[in-house]
Design a protein around this ligand. Sequence first.
Ligand code: SF4
Length: 436
Amino acid sequence: MKTKTRKPDKVNIVTLGCSKNTVDSENILTQLRGNQIDAHHEQAAANANIIIINTCGFIENAKQESIDTILKYAQAKTEGLVDKVYVTGCLSERYKDDLAREIPEVDVYFGTRDLPKLLKKFKADYKHELVGERLLTTPQHYAYLKIAEGCDRPCSFCAIPIMRGKHVSAPMEQLVLQAQNLAKHGTKELILIAQDLTYYGLDLYKKRNLSELMARLAEVEGIEWIRLQYAYPAGFPLDILEVMAQYPNICKYLDMPLQHGSTKILQLMRRGITREKTEILIDTIRQKMPELALRTTLIAGHPQETEQDFEEMYTFVEKMRFDRLGIFTYSHEDQTHSFTMEDDVPEEVKQARADEIMELQEGISAELNQTKIGKTFKVLFDRKEGGYFVGRTEYDSPEVDNEVLVSAENQYIALGSFARVHITEATEFDLYGHVV
Ligand code: SF4
């Protein structure tokens, strides 16, 4: 009697949310491949029979996107198109029981720190020796390096500590080993990420140790750019600017979410800093490093934000002239401190305020970009699109900041390579030029 041979499992990992989730998905991919399991990342064409969804639970829109993705694959399972659906990540961590009740087609809901349990479903073991060897889902030439997990900050609007737990720094040796291995595989840009980058080391080394980590990583051969994302303003360790100045391969770039420009709202947000102190910090940073590009993120429409509070945020943005800026509308997140306040700013007012800030920023960015015409910058090329090679200067993070476009006519630039580009034209968020 002919026995039906079962095709080996094929896994497709789907990632939602932020760069920290990207790193988690890369760790899942690395561990599955390390156990000889045929795993892929976001390859619908893989015809995988097992789907792993790495969800985001940050704010309403992101939560809805995660739920829609789970429903899509639950439906695929009901139709027999896939055999198993596993869900992990922040939304799963936060709402495991509700999700299991409402979408029972999913085989297992895992938390944010359940990788070993997930692997068990594949009769696979967590291989510690693979920690330094991470497969990337980003282009090989840049990689996110998650230097810590979780957060100890009390920001009243934020659900991340509920989903990611307390701050845990990764051992420096492990991070340096990861950087060395990534560099061996062609990574040139390391983007340091955490919930709060500047908290690095306080748990493990009993002191803020980001500056030492930066110096160690800057010594890794092959790493040409090191970028800092998610710095926290209160208690900001100014010594990192000295290390930034010392090493040319540390980008003169800093992402520091500030969330608001009104002291009243900053206090309601429990950010531990006032508008005045924020301005002093930014002035100090700019005095110490005038060429630094400063990126920030703000929230419009937090409970009790009046027209006057919004005006304060508006004048703050006008005065500080950030190089890069993003803004969210406030999302009323259960289990957070802000959830105890009334969500009293109507959605359309939140959105109108966010749009007004972005319009202001567009003007500022256009003016700042005009000053780049006639200058030459080192550019890292990420992709080719619409007749252009598209890259970034050291002042731009992937996916969120400005880009440099070089015509592809009679020109070839290897993706993942650097070239010096002379800027001839500028728009609000893009620069145009030619290779010199
Ligand atoms: S620093 Fe504040 S906003 Fe950022 S993850 Fe921690 S609690 Fe959330």
